[in-house]
Design a protein around this ligand. Structure first.
Ligand code: GAP
Length: 481
């Protein structure tokens, strides 16, 4: 049984692999660091999270539309966005182990150790000092902070550090067939820029009036130096971003609106409010005048799952400058031309996936009526996100029971994902469904043939009840959408 958060995290990683949620990428070649593949149930869960986000943004807001921009963009995009010059993290190398660390992660890790040893005041002071030095881009100060606290490399156990330097996180590649003529282009490090460069295309073709939003889901790539903690920090990941274009001067109220709206989305999915908190940024990104993280209590600690950023008119103004094309909007209500301001909501799909597993994973033990112990691993995934909504299980493989079960399956699968299984005992089949988070199982038995009822078994309570066969589809549909 798991007793610590660290054990829970390791258990989630093993479970995700064993039950077809997440595999290390190209595992037969020993994997690729911080790159992962999603298996049958993982891709289904990911799709459900993506759909929930997409529908909540586009279908549920009259003034938000979606796009699907290319990953490759003109290289000047990244000059204009500031990523070529600014998208870097302060890093430090240990001379003995040759291992490279992100400075903030190295210091935060040490602060966590201090906390565990009961030195909370010292830990808080250390983080406060780090935040101040990061905000001031004071690299020499950061190095001194590391040395003063004698923070050691986990591999060499020494404090033999290089100076702190900036490393750009963008991946680049060549576009064009002849190497000498090829242009260097980047794999996008955020999906947002595909929205900015299409701002006028979308505004005109979809006849949008400010305030309005453009949503997008897609892959982003970052050469993360410290890429550990499973799918929390990946080199290839998926973002769900929405840029909300507003009249300059209204950014404070829209920032507050989207903070609240996004938190409601999380808790509305069935995740616990007490596991969330806001964390205001001390060091603002080059484009922002205010920024907040929505943090979640992961088993690896409180960590960012989503960011809400007040991006001012930085991106559009910069694209206007670099492209020479007007990025302005004529506001008929006030008879004025202006470059809109932007509030961005940006959430990592993979992080939301990890959040879902962190919330859902449970190991349970109990004593049965006959005095014997029983146990299970269950994923309490919110039903609307569960990969499989309904398992349809004929008690035996004969007597016409599979036919009834398959008939139910064919009706239901138009509405939601069903899984049919006739092998093994019912108990074993329930356990397998618990392990992938299936909220409902129905068993078709001999009584079904007599009175057209089935046993429904609920994942969370393990309670069973008889319901009419004809009610199953609506019962599951109503509780999983
Ligand atoms: N467009 C703004 C932007 O990209 P960000 O805070 O760098 O902001 C937004 O990223 C979200 O993307 C994060 O809150 C996180 O959920 C996700 N994310 C960022 N880097 C990631 C990585 N290396 N692996 C997985 N998810 C990541």
């Amino acid at each position: 049984m798991i007793t610590t958060d660290q054990q829970k995290f390791q258990a989630i990683i093993s479970h995700a692999k064993e039950y077809g949620f997440v595999f290390p990428s190209s595992e037969i070649y020993d994997g690729l660091s911080a790159v992962y593949d999603y298996g049958p149930w993982g891709s289904e869960l990911k799709k459900n999270i993506r759909d929930q986000w997409w529908n909540s943004m586009t279908r549920m807001h009259d003034n938000i539309v979606g796009i699907d921009a290319a990953i490759f963009m003109h290289p000047t995009t990244w000059k204009a966005s500031g990523h070529v010059d600014n998208f870097s993290d302060p890093m430090i190398d240990n001379r003995d182990s040759k291992k490279r660390y992100r400075v903030d992660h190295l210091i935060e890790g040490y602060a966590e150790e201090l906390n565990k040893k009961g030195h909370e005041v010292e830990a808080d002071q250390l983080i406060a000092d780090m935040d101040r030095l990061l905000a001031a881009n004071d690299f020499a100060g950061l190095k001194t902070l590391i040395e003063t606290h004698k923070i050691k490399c986990a591999v060499s156990d020494t404090c033999n550090w290089t100076d702190v330097r900036q490393f750009n996180l963008m991946f680049s590649t060549q576009l064009g067939s002849v190497a000498e003529e090829a242009n260097e282009i980047y794999l996008r490090p955020e999906t947002a820029q595909g929205i900015f460069v299409n701002f006028l295309n979308v505004q005109k073709t979809a006849r949008m009036k400010i305030p309005f939003g453009i949503a997008q889901v897609g892959k982003a790539f970052r050469n993360e130096i410290v890429a550990r903690q499973f799918i929390f920090r990946m080199r290839e990941f998926e973002q769900m971003e929405m840029q909300f274009f507003i009249r300059p001067g209204t950014q404070k109220e829209w920032y507050a609106y989207w903070k609240e709206e996004r938190m409601k989305w999380h808790t509305g999915l069935g995740f616990l409010a007490e596991h969330y908190r806001f964390h205001d940024h001390v060091k603002l990104a080059h484009y922002a005048d205010a920024a907040v993280d929505i943090e979640y209590a992961f088993p690896i600690g409180w960590k960012e799952v989503e960011g809400i950023h007040s991006r001012t008119d930085f991106d559009l103004a910069s694209h206007q400058q670099y492209s020479g094309k007007k990025m302005q909007y004529f506001d008929h209500e006030i008879n004025q031309n202006y470059i809109p301001y932007v509030i961005e909501t940006s959430i990592g799909l993979d992080r939301m996936f990890l959040l879902t597993l962190s919330h859902a994973y449970a190991e349970e033990k109990w004593v049965k009526e006959d005095g014997k112990e029983d146990s299970r691993v269950v994923l309490r995934i919110p039903p609307k996100l569960a990969p499989v909504k309904l398992a349809i299980l004929p008690l035996v493989k004969k007597d016409g029971l599979p036919e009834i079960a398959l008939d139910l399956m064919h009706q239901c699968r138009e509405d939601f994902y069903c899984f049919y299984e006739e092998k093994d005992t019912i108990g074993k089949r329930y356990r397998r469904m618990d392990a992938i988070g299936t909220p409902f199982c129905v068993t078709i038995d001999h009584q079904t043939k007599e009175d057209q009822t089935v046993t429904v078994r609920y994942r969370d309570t393990m309670k069973q009840e008889r319901v009419p066969l004809g009610m199953v589809r609506e019962l599951v549909r109503s509780q999983t959408r």
